[in-house]
Design a protein around this ligand. Structure first.
Ligand SMILES: [Zn+2]
Length: 243
């Protein structure tokens, strides 16, 4: 998430390297984006413990009963920042959750909740109230609450437009106005028109309507680029000039 690229990587001897994985890591795919350092990385599994049991038992090879799981918690260490990431994972048999009907296959575990939340360290050049609301958009995204995330993302954009002097009208129009004033880059404006949560639905966005993960992700990516342009870069240039 918050990531645009997925590519196949090969090593010097043309061997397959772990793919860049636009998702977060779990025991099935112990590579991907690290929510702590925000880098593509691979991970060492430190251990797993049950999070929820179901009502069943299985007998293992040494004759002991083991309670069967619905989900487990796994700690894995990022090979880049050397900090653990915690993931709650659902048990699957083959490609189906193990508590659903399935046609057999290997037991595997797939992540659905990660800690820490991703992308929480924001630049201090961004006004406080805008940081807080964007963090809520990201926390709800990380918790797979895409509607809530979309609402907070749209509120973030509204707060930015207000901060830049556009307090009236629908979001798409406010962004257009900021472009014509030269506060926003034209390319960002073109991108905004492609974002469903900003564009057509802008006048009457209703969070009861379904919001897909990809929609919620796209608007966060857009906000991050916009924030760089509107707050971070100008502050950086001002600091350099001072020196
Ligand atoms: Zn890391």
């Amino acid at each position: 998430m918050f990531n645009k690229l997925t590519k196949n990587k090969k090593g010097q001897r043309e061997e397959e390297l772990p793919q860049d994985h636009d998702g977060l890591p779990d025991s099935r795919n112990p590579y991907g984006l690290c929510p702590r350092c925000n880098k593509q990385s691979s991970f060492d599994i430190l251990g797993s413990l049950p999070a929820t049991f179901d009502s069943g038992y299985i007998v293992n090879n040494s004759g002991q009963n083991r309670r069967t799981l619905i989900d487990q918690v796994t700690s894995m260490e990022c090979r880049n920042c050397h900090q653990p990431v915690i993931v709650i994972e659902q048990e699957y048999v083959g490609d189906s959750p193990s508590n659903k009907r399935h046609s057999g296959g290997h037991i595997n575990y797939r992540g659905f909740f990660w800690w820490p939340f991703q992308g929480m360290n924001l630049s201090t050049d961004i006004p406080d109230n805008i940081q807080k609301i964007l963090q809520e958009a990201k926390i709800t995204f990380s918790s797979q609450c895409y509607r809530a995330s979309a609402v907070m993302s749209r509120r973030t954009l509204e707060a930015i437009t207000v901060d830049k002097g556009e307090a009236e009208g629908v979001l798409a129009k406010r962004i257009e106005n900021l472009i014509s004033k030269g506060i926003l880059d034209k390319n960002l404006g073109e991108w905004a028109t492609e974002i469903r949560l900003i564009g057509n639905s802008g006048a009457h966005f209703d969070p009861i309507n379904s919001v897909e993960k990809e929609d919620a992700n796209q608007i966060i990516l857009f906000i991050e680029e916009l924030i760089k342009y509107v707050y971070v870069m100008p502050a950086e240039i001002a600091r350099r000039r001072k020196k």
